[in-house]
Structures are given as C-alpha cells and as structure tokens.
Design a protein around this ligand. Structure first.
Ligand SMILES: Nc1ncnc2c1ncn2[C@@H]1O[C@H](COP(=O)(O)OP(=O)(O)O)[C@@H](O)[C@H]1O
Ligand SMILES: O=P(O)(O)OC[C@H](O)CO
Length: 494
C-alpha cells in the first residue's frame, strides 16, 4: 500500500520537496534557491517560471533520493510563501508579469490613499487583514493597471490569478485545476474570512474581475492528480496551506492558545484561537489557520518581514559573514550587545507598526564597534521584533507558557536563548525544524486517510530542546527599551 507522503514547500528564498514516511520521518529531501529580483527600492519580484522549474527539479530529486516510485506516494501536499501574486494566461499558462512578492512595497501609496478614504475598517472587518502592500489584493490591481492589455484580457475571462500554491497546482495538473485553499485565500485581501467566500465589496473596491479567481477548497481536499508529462510523476494532490499555517500544523498547534513562531525569510508568530475570529486591538492579523471538513480554525498572527533574510544581508550585501550559520559562533563570542541596534526595516515594518515607508538603520555606532557587534545586534533585532509581537499578543489576551519555534534560523541556539530571555517566555524547538513542509505532508496524510485524527498527528511531534527564560527583568526591559528607541527613529507613521 502507498503510505509515503510528498510535500512541496515553495518558500521565499528556496523551493524544497521532502519525502516522509507515515511516522513523519524524512526519507529524502531536495532544495534549490532561486533568484530574487529587486528592480526598484522596495520592489521584490520572483520569476514564476524559475519557481516552477525549481519545484519540478527538487520534486524529482527528492523522489529519486528516496528510492521510491510515484506509486508509493499516497498523497502530495503543497505549502507556499503566501500573498505573492501571479497572473497568467489561461490558454498558454504563461504569467503576464513577474510574481510580485509579499515583501514588495510598490502599492504603498495606493494603500495609503484607500486608508485616507476611510475604507480600512470595512477591510479589516471582512478580511482580518489591513490595508498594507503586504497582501495580494493591491498587487493584483497593480498588475491589471500596469501590464498593457491585462485589464481587458482579465475582463474577457482570459487570465487567471493565484498565489504560488494555486499557480503550482495549475502547472502540476497541466491547467486542469484552478483552486486554492482557505488559508491562502485568507491572505489575499479579497476573501471574507467569516463567510468563507470571495467578497463582492472587496472586489469592487480593488477593481478586480471575479473571473480571475480560483475556487477555494479546504486545506485537506482533493485537488486533482498531477500530470505525469508536466510534473514527471502522477500523484494525488491532497492538501494545500499557506506556509505559516502549515507550520502551525507541523508544530501540532491544534489547541486554542498554542503559539508557534517561524524564523525563515521573515518571522511569523501564530496563535491558534479555535473557532473564534479574534479581532486584535493591537494591529495583529486575524487569519484562517486551516479549514478542515468545512470547519474553520482561526488564528491571530504577527508578521515580521525580515528575520533570516537579515542574516543573508550580512552575508550577501555587507559580506561580513560567510554563511548564515556563522552568526551563532559570532554572537557566542561577542555576547549581548547593548549599545548598538540594527533595525532591519529593509521593506518597511510589519506588525505591529505597519509602516511601509520606514527603512532600516544601524544606531549607536562608535569607533570601537566591530563586525561582531553588528552581526550580534542583527540577530538580537529578530528577537526584539518577536517581543513586539508577543507584547501585542499579551494585550490581546494571549499569554502562552511556551512558544514552539521552527524555520532555518531556529537552528541558531544563541538566538533561541536570547529570544527566550528577551520575550520572557520559554522557547521550545522540535526535532524537525522544517515544520512548514512537515505540516503540508501531515495535512496530505489526513486528507488521504493515512491519519485518522489531529490527535494522531499531534502524537508525532517530538521536542528537541527547551530554552528557558532566565534573564532578569531589569536587563530584559533595559535592552528592549533601547530597541524601542531605535525603532522610533525609523518610523514614519504612528
Ligand atoms: N544558523 C542560522 N542562524 C541564523 N539564521 C539562519 C541559520 N540557518 C539559516 N538561517 C536563515 O534561515 C533562513 C532560511 O530559512 P527557511 O526556513 O529555509 O526560509 P524560507 O522558508 O523563507 O525560504 C535564511 O534566511 C537564513 O539566513
Ligand atoms: O518564505 P517564508 O517562510 O519566510 O514565509 C513567507 C510568508 O508566507 C509571507 O507571508
């Protein structure tokens, strides 16, 4: 019997595919980075064709590495960087423009103008999101308004819109299925999280023809078979979820109040709020954690745009470390840095500030400041930003005893200890820090009947290390006050 699971994680920096056995153990995996395009300040694009090629390549490599045949795969799950927007031609399958990445700020002025018009409360109420360039809606409007002929073609029903999950599914099924799932739909600014429908008022506000939109399914559902010629293998697609929601599944965050924080390109703290769509008083997002058998579980989310990518900046742009992992040894020998603060607002600030025009800064430089101080201060900034989110969550009544962490940067022990100290909450890392791709596999396993319940899935979660909060409160508050002062210097709005 086929009882292996294949999961694709199409992330911001890389695509990876992993083959799991039914005990959630990794049999093989393959990963490939792809190019980031920065055509203007604050703009970030991907080439959807490069993404598709990378997904095909890593999927083939992962399957070959496992020694299995496609027939051994019970189900495929897809998880993805969210919000990133693609519009393609329904006949040729070709994108009409590059993928506009979630980090892209090009629609900041449009969002500001709409806020001025007073429509934001309606948008927040329906979507749980904010009027920020982060989400897909204004990116889609931008493509329709700026790509020659796109709006007319869209109105004639010739184009399709999708986030990365949806575009991949289209390609995997050779254009047979145009569908997304409720967790990805909930990040578009077009989807009403209460009615679970595309919302006519939002489509009108953003001038988006409904014919562009995909069908919205549960996260564990039948998404069709992959096309052997297009993908190189024929397997059933049985799950789709946004990467941060998939990470909550991978972390077995199935109970109301459980919190996970993922440190990949960005950092995303998500709290399970059960069947309540909790409205934040502190500019956090209300979002769909997952929809299973038609039942929605909601989450409260804090999103930070730059986390692990700050390590890449140290490596690639400043050239002061050789690899992201070097940051750990450097911070270890340097120790906590108090005088310098790095504010990595390269693409503005996300929650709870929502300041699209803010840009980064290094503050507190004196002649004695070294490379090690800058590297350590950059690592520390990711922890301070998490405290910003945890503070906002606490004011919304979320008060966890422990948060579960994952993602590439969760490999860094120094960071995790500093994180626990600065947020004053214990931090726990699972054995498999790739919770995102694991979550996609587990959803696929649930969907195809390999697992019969969330309890069965939760039993597969295993702890690796617990980092206890041990810094005294005075030092913690003093360090954080320095961070707040640094952030206040780059903010452009209150
Ligand atoms: N040991 C480490 N210390 C700090 N950051 C790290 C470490 N290892 C990886 N990273 C960072 O983690 C990120 C990759 O994590 P990943 O979860 O694969 O991201 P994504 O899913 O966004 O592509 C990179 O930005 C990298 O800089
Ligand atoms: O690529 P990641 O893992 O940083 O995740 C990106 C998020 O989904 C953006 O909302």
């Amino acid at each position: 019997m086929a009882d292996y699971l294949l999961a694709i994680d199409q992330g911001t920096s890389s695509s990876r595919t992993v083959v799991f056995d039914s005990q959630a153990q990794v049999l093989s995996s393959a990963q490939k980075e792809f190019r980031q395009y920065y055509p203007q300040s604050g703009w970030v694009e991907h080439d959807a064709e490069e993404i598709w090629q990378s997904v095909r390549e890593v999927s083939r490599d992962a399957l070959a590495g496992s020694g299995l045949e496609a027939a051994d795969i019970a189900a495929l799950g897809i998880t993805n960087q969210r919000e990133t927007t693609i519009v393609w031609d329904r006949d040729s399958g070709k994108p009409v423009y590059k993928a506009i990445v979630w980090q892209d700020r090009r629609t900041a002025a449009q969002c500001a103008a709409m806020r001025k018009d007073g429509v934001e409360p309606m948008v927040i109420e329906k979507t749980g999101l904010r009027l920020d360039p982060y989400f897909s809606g204004t990116k889609l409007t931008w493509i329709l308004d700026n790509v020659p002929g796109a709006r007319q073609q869209a109105e004639a029903g010739k184009l399709a819109f999708g986030t990365i999950d949806c575009f991949l599914l289209w390609r995997l099924t050779n254009g047979r299925v145009h569908a997304t799932d409720a967790s990805n739909a909930s990040r578009t600014l077009l989807f009403n999280i209460h009615t679970q429908q595309w919302d006519a008022d939002l489509l009108k506000l953003l001038r988006i023809p409904a014919s562009l939109l995909p069908e919205v399914k549960d996260c564990a559902a039948d998404f069709g078979m992959t096309d052997a010629a297009a993908f190189g293998m024929q397997v059933p697609v049985r799950a789709m979820a946004g990467d941060q929601q998939a990470a909550l599944v991978g972390q077995a965050g199935f109970t109301d109040g459980m919190v996970k924080s993922t440190y990949g390109t960005g950092c995303f703290v998500i709290t399970n709020t059960g069947d309540k769509a909790l409205a934040s008083q502190n500019r956090l997002l209300t979002t769909v954690a997952w929809r299973l058998q038609g039942k929605v579980t909601y989450a409260l989310e804090g999103s930070i745009f730059v986390a692990g990518s700050a390590m890449q900046w140290l490596r690639d742009e400043l050239g002061i470390i050789d690899s992201a992992a070097d940051s750990e040894a450097i911070a270890n020998r340097c120790g906590i840095v108090e005088s310098v603060h790095v504010v990595p607002a390269f693409v503005g600030l996300g929650a709870p500030y929502w300041d699209a025009d803010a840009r980064g800064a290094i503050l507190g430089l004196s002649r004695g400041i070294t490379r090690d101080d800058i590297v350590t201060a950059t690592v520390q900034a990711v922890a301070y930003q998490t405290r910003d989110l945890m503070r906002a969550m606490a004011e919304d009544g979320i008060d966890p005893a422990v948060i579960r962490v994952d993602g590439g940067m969760a490999a860094n022990n120094w960071f995790l200890q500093f994180l626990a100290d600065v947020i004053g909450i214990n931090v726990e890392r699972p054995q498999n820090v790739e919770s995102t791709v694991l979550g996609a596999a587990l959803l696929a396993g649930l969907s195809c009947g390999l697992y019969s319940s969330l309890d069965e899935v939760a039993a597969l979660w295993k702890s690796d290390a617990l980092f206890s909060a041990r810094m005294d409160e005075q030092q913690r508050d003093q360090l954080y006050a320095g961070w707040l002062d640094a952030v206040s210097r780059v903010r452009t709005v209150d």
